[in-house]
Design a protein around this ligand. Structure first.
Ligand code: SAH
Length: 475
């Protein structure tokens, strides 16, 4: 049975931690516990010099004897590190009987909690667990977090704590207070605290607090590119915007993995197409953005790919500007570059293509179709968005404009997601696209000789997976 864990932090003031065992494994746990300020009692017939020294300094208590049920009953939690199965099992059972939480080193089956790897920036503590699935991965994650968190993060947290009373007194409204704190951690006051200049930090903080207390909360919109699908293709800036959002307005291309990264209590408004209902009109979406921002919220308008590539970002920005609402744009990886990377398909190539064009297969009503003459240059890669239902027309027009019917074509559905599918063919087989089963996700059509660069090995798999895509059909 896979084990599942719920992370909690134990208050070391709440009782004594009992460590059973007197050698290196036990000493390691004792060090961790002492580092967190715990009261520690060690029970073991023999103890190593490190533990002896700690006892001599009165930092721990040692009982040099076999562990008893009473030892366990009196502890707040127990760690058993004896490397002796009989003792470990005894400790585990006694702990169950007395309702004391127990960890037996390297024996998840005998434990009801594990000790995570930690990144310590007290009072900030980051705990990492892979539930035993991949301890090395856990260590790598820890190294990454160590690298990105300033060594003085703890100082910043303490400094913030020292301001809490003043902030609470001066800024009565809870939403305004939260917005103050969001600004605070980006401010020069925070920078100063991080570089241990607490005097300047205090001065800057007072200015910030007074401003926030006097000023009106200003709403704004951040238009964020969510990338092609995979959540880890978000930019760091997009992630930060998601974590600061009060309101998130998103549509169908934005998947749950991306939304999971947003602030939990942000209001989420779906404005995409819904079964059996009309999708929201652009005016209605503009109206929602304006209203939410006027209420003083930080609104994230989350769009698939990049907001400025077939994303109608330009129209929304116009409406917001007219309403006098500040807008920032965070770029995203557009479907074309996401899909190209996922396939190992270069969009430009010294041998094949010196131009790449992004075109739409579905221009706005009343607007002319893409200029197929302009897309027919053989040295050009044409990436066509929203072209699935018009595949036959697109192929016909490109061929009529002089692109070879044998020009390689790739169709990539759900690029970068687990459900990604790739179909390879040629311009002449492209019209058969509509016959491919279950092609229901967003899909891109890539036309050009660069498609021949897709790695040979995946090509074979794709041929198989692509049935009934008739690779060899000639028009
Ligand atoms: N702003 C988006 C495009 C929105 S238009 C961007 O920059 O990517 C919607 C079209 O984008 C879809 O019809 C499809 O052609 C393409 N698209 C978006 N995500 C995709 C994905 N994961 N895989 C393939 N095509 C995608």
């Amino acid at each position: 049975m896979t084990r599942r864990y719920f992370p909690i932090f134990w208050d070391t003031n709440s009782g004594t931690a009992l460590v059973v065992g007197g050698q290196e494994d036990a000493a390691r746990k004792v060090r961790l516990l002492l580092g967190a300020g715990a009261r520690v009692k060690v029970v073991a017939p023999d103890t190593n010099t490190e533990l002896d020294a700690l006892a001599a300094e009165d930092r721990i208590d040692i009982a040099r004897r076999a562990v008893t049920e009473q030892d366990i009953a009196g502890a707040a939690l127990v760690i058993s590190a004896t490397a002796n199965d009989t003792v470990d099992e005894f400790v585990s059972t006694a702990a169950q009987v007395h309702g004391v939480k127990v960890n037996v080193v390297d024996r998840p089956g005998l434990s009801d909690f594990t000790v995570p790897s930690i990144v310590d920036r007290s009072p900030v503590l980051v705990a990492i667990s892979t539930a035993g699935a991949a301890p090395v991965l856990g260590r790598k994650i820890r190294a990454q977090i160590e690298a990105v968190l300033s060594p003085n993060l703890g100082k910043l947290a303490q400094f913030a704590q020292s301001l809490r009373r003043e902030v609470k007194n001066k800024i009565a409204d809870a939403a305004k207070r939260r917005s103050f704190w969001e600004g605070f951690f980006e401010s020069s006051a925070a920078e100063q605290a991080l570089s241990s200049d607490l005097e300047s930090a205090s001065r800057s903080a007072t200015v910030l607090i007074d401003k926030a207390a006097a000023g009106k909360r200003e709403g704004r919109v951040v238009m964020v590119g969510a990338g092609p699908g995979a959540a880890d293709l978000l930019t760091l800036r997009a992630l930060r915007a998601l974590q600061q959002a009060d309101v998130i307005v998103y549509d169908a291309l934005v998947g749950p993995e991306v939304l999971d990264l947003a602030r939990r209590d942000a209001l989420r408004l779906y404005v995409g197409k819904q079964k059996g209902r009309h999708s929201y009109s652009q005016e209605r979406i503009n109206g929602i953005l304006v209203d939410e921002a006027r209420r003083g919220s930080t609104v994230v308008r989350l769009k698939g790919g990049d907001p400025f590539v077939f994303g109608r970002g330009g129209e929304e920005i116009r409406a917001l500007k007219e309403a006098g609402i500040p807008v920032d744009v965070v770029p995203g990886i557009t479907a074309a570059t996401g899909a190209a990377a996922a396939l190992g398909l270069p969009l430009t190539h010294r041998d094949h293509a010196n131009v790449v064009s992004f075109a739409t297969g579905h221009p706005a009503t009343g607007k002319s179709d893409p200029d197929f003459a302009a897309l027919s240059d053989p040295n050009q890669t044409a990436v066509i968005y929203m072209g699935k239902s018009k595949a036959a027309e697109i192929a016909g027009s490109l061929i009529a404009q002089g692109r070879r019917p044998e020009t390689p074509v790739a169709v990539i559905e759900n690029a970068t997601l687990e459900t990604q599918r790739t179909l390879l063919g040629t311009l002449s087989t492209l019209p058969l696209l509509s016959r491919v089963d279950g092609l229901s996700g967003p899909a891109l059509i890539v036309v050009g000789d660069v498609v021949s660069e897709v790695n040979a090995e995946p090509l074979e798999q794709i041929e198989e997976a692509a049935t009934p895509w008739p690779l060899q059909t000639v028009a």
